[in-house]
Design a protein around this ligand. Structure first.
Ligand SMILES: *[C@@H]1O[C@H](CO)[C@@H](O)[C@H](O)[C@H]1NC(C)=O
Ligand SMILES: *[C@@H]1O[C@H](CO)[C@@H](O)[C@H](O)[C@H]1NC(C)=O
Length: 174
């Protein structure tokens, strides 16, 4: 009896540091990932604020970021559609139409990501993310000459680029 009691204490004392270490490792994982991204705020926001990311491994985090990125691409497509409907400026109509094409293309690439992750096609994931990340910049480049890009579109574009960059960095952890 005394023997098993001692053993129980031994287990508790020896397992405590392990559980602390695991917690630290998990906190570090997000730091390790986000420190390698271009827009760190977007990465921390996406990975830390999502309740699903608690205790998540790199594969779980990838599934979360893919989900957020798809939602963000849809959000951006809707934003551009609204801007297009609201403008009467022919120059802006042309640019918003081009941007809608850019973000639709990004969305159509992102649709494949959950399957690429499920089939562990990390090369495909990385190659497709490299293709998708060009689209927000292609939209921004339509505004190199006045009129300037409205801040909400620029922000949405930066956000989407930032999220796709998290996918590119995360592939290296899988
Ligand atoms: C996307 O992934 C698929 C599957 O691996 C691959 O065949 C295709 O070439 C990739 N697309 C791009 C643009 O890299
Ligand atoms: C998606 O984009 C919108 C607009 O830029 C932003 O408000 C929102 O926070 C973004 N979502 C994520 C998960 O980054």
């Amino acid at each position: 009896m005394a023997h098993s009691y001692n053993f129980a204490i031994f287990m508790i004392v020896s397992l405590l540091p392990i559980s602390f270490t695991l917690t630290i490792v998990k906190a570090d994982l997000i730091d390790e990932i986000c420190s390698k991204t271009v827009i760190k705020d977007v990465c921390y926001y996406a990975l830390r604020e999502d309740p699903r990311s608690k205790g998540a491994n790199p594969e779980d985090l990838m599934a979360i970021v893919i989900d957020l990125t798809q939602k963000n691409a849809t959000f951006t497509c809707n934003l551009v559609s609204t801007l297009l409907k609201e403008t009467t400026d022919p120059k802006l109509k042309t640019r918003y139409t081009l941007c809608l094409g850019n973000f639709n293309k990004a969305s159509n690439i992102l649709v494949k990501f959950p399957n690429l992750l499920r089939s562990k096609d990390y090369y495909g994931l990385s190659a497709n993310a490299s293709a998708a990340i060009r689209e927000p910049s292609n939209c921004d480049n339509n505004f190199l000459e006045p009129p300037v890009e409205v801040p909400e579109l620029r922000e949405a574009s930066d956000n989407l680029r930032g999220l796709i960059d998290v996918i590119l960095v995360l592939v290296g952890f899988l």
